[in-house]
Design a protein around this ligand. Sequence first.
Ligand code: 13P
Length: 254
Amino acid sequence: MNPSRTPLIAGNWKMFHGGQSSVPLAAGVVEFAKELTNVEVVVAPPFTALAAVAAELHGSPVGLAGQNLHPKPEGAYTGEISGPFLRECGCAWVIVGHSERRQYFGETDAVVADKVSAALANGLIPIACVGETLAQREAGETLRVVKAQVEAFLDVIAQSSEAVAIAYEPVWAIGTGKTAGPAEAEEVHAAIRTWLANKAQSLADRTRILYGGSVKADNAAALLACPNVDGALVGGASLDPGSFGAIARAAQAK
Ligand code: 13P
């Protein structure tokens, strides 16, 4: 394991725990994170919970992420949140281009690239998401689709010295209980690493590639054992500190 690729376990709370209920959940994450060595833990609550969660995480090693950002720093964009606002709330991270954003909010590869760029410009570490649909996988198009998604922001991340994260989340594995097997995940992660290395070896060395899609306490260890799986982006199982903690502890074995 490359030392700059410390395992990263990120919890995407999606549209859950947007208010007071975020605080005990954050407290539970802080509690288990105290016991961890050599694993980085990040949580991404809804925007309305960021300030309360930031207060709860204060003084802990747990990082805070936004779930999305607007490419512009400010402006007349009703309902949007910018990179500087996330920074002001205490975020060091932001999820970009999640498949739910691509699927339900029309985010194209070009929009995702703009958002990755805006994140880096504002000192936020992007967790840039890629992944194929079931139809694309069944048509044998997985690597072609994921390569195009990665290539859309490749120049942007290559120009930055920041160590960004890429999350490979096969759409068919999100919230379905179907996980890519370790071999299926490793095939795509290794391909992503190669595309990064073709751009610059240093980029491949510093980029953490996370797996996401129905990661649970009982399948995390096998996925995290893959050489090119540097962590996990966890949805449902991150809403329970017990299961999220078990996933983070599985990453310690890397
Ligand atoms: P689940 O872990 O609920 O499948 O969600 C994965 C995900 O979309 C994380 O961003």
